[in-house]
Design a protein around this ligand. Structure first.
Ligand SMILES: N[C@H](CCC[C@H](N)C(=O)O)C(=O)O
Length: 269
C-alpha cells in the first residue's frame, strides 16, 4: 500500500507529515528513523503523524530524526496549522496547543512554560534563573520546558560557540534524564535575540520553534528583553510574545515543499 506524505518546513526545520486521520498508519521508532534518514529515506528533522483526537481537532505525534517520540515541536505546529487552515486545537504529548493560520504566517499558542527539571535538587529546580552547571564556556543555563525540555545558555556571541561539539555532550549529560535541547543565544537588542539550537534527537537544525519559545521566556525571566521579542534563527526570524500571566504565542512562516508517497513494505514498522 502506498502511504502519501507532505514534505513541509518551518524556516528550514523540515518535516515529513503523514495524515493518518482517515487511514491509520503504524509508526514505530524503527520506521520513523528509516523515513527520516537523509540518505536512504525521505529525510527530515522530525516525522509528524496526524491522527484523530478525542480532545482536540487533531492529534499530532512527533518523532525526531533518531526515531524517538517527543512532546512538542513548534515549527511543525505551524506547518500543521497551515495544512489545516483556520484555527485548530492540536493534542500533543506535551499538552494542548492552538494554531491560527493568518496572512503573515501561523500563530501557535504554546501554553504556559514550566521551569526546572526533575534531577536537579529541588532547591535548584525551584529557581532556574541560575543553575550551577557548566560545560566549558556554556554555563549557568536556565531550564525551561515548553512541552519539551530546553537548556538555555546566554553568551556574548552565539555564532562563536562550537555547538556541533558541545551540543551532543550537553544533550546526553546524565543531569538531563530525558536528554535536552541545547539553546545558545545572544542578546542583539532590547527585544531581539540571536539563537542557535542543537536539538535533542536531531542535532543542529536551521530553526527550533520550541527553542525560540524557551529562549524568549528565559530572556524575559532574566529581564534581558521585553515580553515581545524577535528571535533570529539560522533559517529566519520568529516572533515570540509571553504576556504577564498569559501563555506563549509564537508567530512565523510554514511552507509545503512537495508531496510524495512511499510503499509501506519498504519502511517496515
Ligand atoms: N528536538 C525536539 C523536538 C522538535 C523541536 C523543534 N523542531 C521545534 O520546532 O520545536 C525535542 O526532542 O524535544
Amino acid at each position: 500500500m502506498r502511504i502519501p506524505f507532505r514534505k513541509m518546513h518551518g524556516l528550514g526545520n523540515d518535516f515529513v507529515v503523514i495524515d493518518a486521520r482517515e487511514t491509520p498508519v503504524a509508526m514505530t521508532t524503527r520506521r520513523a528513523a528509516a523515513l527520516a534518514d537523509r540518505r536512504t529515506g525521505v529525510g527530515c528533522d522530525q516525522l509528524i503523524v496526524l491522527e484523530p483526537s478525542a480532545v482536540a481537532d487533531v492529534r499530532m505525534r512527533i518523532f525526531n530524526n533518531d526515531g524517538g517520540e517527543v512532546e512538542a515541536c513548534g515549527n511543525a505546529s505551524r506547518a500543521v496549522g497551515l495544512l489545516l487552515g483556520g484555527t485548530n486545537s492540536i493534542e500533543t504529548l506535551g499538552g494542548l496547543i492552538r494554531s491560527e493560520a493568518g496572512q503573515d504566517g501561523v500563530t501557535v499558542d504554546m501554553g504556559l512554560p514550566r521551569f526546572g527539571w526533575q534531577e536537579i535538587p529541588l532547591s535548584y529546580a525551584m529557581d532556574t534563573l541560575e543553575l550551577p552547571l557548566g560545560w566549558e564556556e556554556l554555563e549557568n543555563p536556565l531550564g525551561v520546558n515548553v512541552g519539551n525540555p530546553h537548556a538555555v545558555f546566554f553568551v556574548p556571541d552565539a555564532d562563536a560557540v562550537e555547538l556541533e561539539r558541545l551540543g551532543p555532550i550537553i544533550e546526553n549529560d546524565a543531569v538531563f534524564p530525558e536528554r535536552v535541547n541545547v539553546n545558545v543565544a545572544s542578546v542583539v537588542g532590547p527585544d531581539h535575540l540571536k539563537l542557535r539550537v542543537w536539538e535533542r534527537g536531531a542535532g543542529l537544525t536551521r530553526a527550533c520553534g520550541t527553542g525560540a519559545c524557551a529562549t524568549a521566556v528565559a530572556a524575559m525571566r532574566r529581564k534581558l528583553t521585553g515580553r515581545n521579542v524577535r528571535v533570529d534563527l539560522p533559517g529566519g526570524p520568529l516572533t515570540i510574545a509571553w504576556p504577564e500571566g498569559g501563555s506563549i504565542k509564537m508567530t512565523g512562516p510554514a511552507a509545503l515543499s512537495f508531496e510524495g508517497s512511499f510503499e509501506d513494505a519498504d519502511f517496515p514498522a
